[in-house]
Design a protein around this ligand. Structure first.
Ligand code: GLC
Length: 491
């Protein structure tokens, strides 16, 4: 976990007690060297529209690393994931052998996409190529891919793209800039100078040719692609990587081949949105953002990792993120047989019950007009190490909006059968819980704001959402424009 995350966690747990299932980064400290997010132009705003409405996406980390599933044979460490090749220093000649064993006969694109849909997700991002260089699609640029090098011989990307189109899910592609396998990727640009078969003559320019040609394949052969999700990872922490890889040409090519595609901020080139990882920004950011997060502690499948987030934690995170104007990209790491772990399925299905019941408070919903619930710096309490004011998270509720409506996500069921709304001057027309729409709740104006009378017991297990219909719109507080300060709430 990053330092700010730990700091936030300290103040967070001090306030409300320990929260189970918090994520930790299982891979080496990530230095993403994130690229600037472009100020939103009208053209970019239009391109971002579907993304901002979508709010939820499924991230899929799937590759050869699913075979060792957390532990390399004969090694002790059981905490590995998609970084196992680097962390265990496995030479390419040895790692490559995994391809001969990769035969995920249970892979069912429709089932995976069906799960995303059931969870209420609107897009899917799949690892076309991760840092280990193995391609999960039929690439003409290499034989190190699932069709040419494995007994499986099918192209999962093609099947996923088709299943997504059929289900109305936006298909998106993750592509790693670093490549520990390609002979032209110089070891010196990799974390710990690692390469599976280092080549002193490696020429990053030729690697850029390879990469451009692969992106061209991916944007030509798989129908519409919603996002090109680049990852520099900790493994290409070079400030000039955008230049080394001729990022501007790449950007132009993407814009030409798929003008509607968004580009995230890890490609070393100007981007459409930000990607906080395993953490939620403390405030709303000026730009679009997408929090990516694991469901347990690993991205790639790890058979030892049972530290699952509870559905309640996931729902709380959704409310928190949407109230800040962001998206949530939740990861699954399928097994080498092609199965999404049972526990992930269980969590996502339960989350789906909540998202379908409360859909209007999530999809296309705007951020909170208040901001006070998001947290604040407590100047009277300083962090022992940094001397900075402690971050206090207000966790009781989160607010999202639609025209004429405020949605209060009640993360804890209020005591005393009532909930006092934050101050605003609009008249309240009606109030009800989305879980029980027919039952109108009384709204009584008072000195501190309008109080809504609630039933004594919560109508649903996961964060009930209170809908308050109002006259006109609540004017947003100016603090909503604060930049991401790097402070985290739940993660
Ligand atoms: C981290 C991991 C990388 C993973 C990425 C997803 O950077 O190191 O393996 O793909 O997170 O955001």
């Amino acid at each position: 976990m990053t330092k700010p995350a730990l700091l936030a966690l300290a103040s967070f747990t001090a306030t409300i007690g320990a929260l189970p299932g918090l994520a930790q980064t299982a891979t080496p400290a990530a230095h993403h060297g994130q690229s600037p997010v472009l100020p939103e132009t009208p053209e970019q705003k239009a391109r971002l529209a579907w993304f901002k409405d979508a709010r939820l996406g499924l991230f899929i980390h799937w590759g050869l690393y699913a075979i060792p599933a957390g532990q390399w044979p004969g090694r002790e460490n059981t905490n590995r994931g998609e970084w196992i090749m680097l962390q265990e220093k496995i030479p390419s000649a040895e790692y490559e052998k995994l391809a001969g064993q990769f035969n995920p006969v249970k892979f069912d694109a429709k089932a995976w996409v069906g799960l995303a849909k059931a969870a209420g997700m609107k897009y899917l991002v799949v690892t076309a190529k991760h840092h280990d260089g193995f391609c999960l699609y039929d690439s003409k640029l290499t034989d190190y891919d699932i069709v040419d090098a494995t007994p499986f011989r099918r192209d999962p990307l093609r099947e996923l793209a088709a299943a997504c189109r059929e289900a109305g899910i936006v298909f998106c592609i993750y592509y790693s800039l670093p490549d520990w396998h390609h002979p032209e990727f110089p070891a010196r640009y990799s974390m710990r100078d690692f390469h599976g078969a280092p080549n002193p003559q490696a020429d990053v320019g030729r690697y850029a040719d390879y990469m451009h040609a692969q992106i061209r394949e991916l944007l030509t052969n798989y129908g519409p692609v919603g996002i090109v999700w680049f990852d520099g990872g900790g493994s290409f922490a070079n400030a000039d990587r955008g230049q080394l890889l001729r990022g501007e040409d790449l950007r132009r090519m993407i814009n030409t081949l798929q003008p509607a595609a968004l580009i995230n901020n890890r490609g070393g080139i100007p981007a459409d949105y930000g990607t906080p990882e395993q953490r939620i920004p403390g405030f709303m950011t000026g730009n679009a953002f997408e929090v990516c997060m694991t469901l347990n502690r690993h991205w790639g499948y790890n058979r030892f990792d049972q530290e699952w987030k509870s559905p309640a934690t996931v729902v709380r995170n959704i409310a928190d993120i949407v109230s800040k104007g962001g998206n949530y990209l939740l990861n699954v790491g399928p097994t080498a047989e092609g199965v999404i772990p049972e526990e992930s399925v269980r969590i996502l299905r339960e989350v789906g019950t909540w998202t379908s019941l409360n859909a209007e408070a999530i999809y296309g919903a705007g951020p909170t007009p208040f901001g006070d619930e998001l947290g604040y710096e407590d100047a009277t309490r300083k962090d022992g190490k940094t001397g900075r004011p402690l971050w206090v998270d207000r966790n009781a509720w989160r607010c999202t909006t639609q025209p004429g409506r405020l949605y209060f996500h009640l993360l804890e069921w209020p005591a005393g059968e009532s909930f006092t709304l934050p101050a605003f001057s609009n008249r309240v027309k009606r109030a009800y819980l989305l879980a029980d729409r027919a039952r109108e709740l009384s709204a009584t104006p008072g000195a501190n704001g309008v109080t809504i009378k609630l039933p004594s017991r919560a109508p649903a297990a996961l964060a009930p959402v209170l809908c308050v219909e109002i006259e006109g719109e609540v004017k947003p507080a100016t603090r909503n424009d604060r930049p991401d300060t790097g402070k985290d709430t739940a993660s």
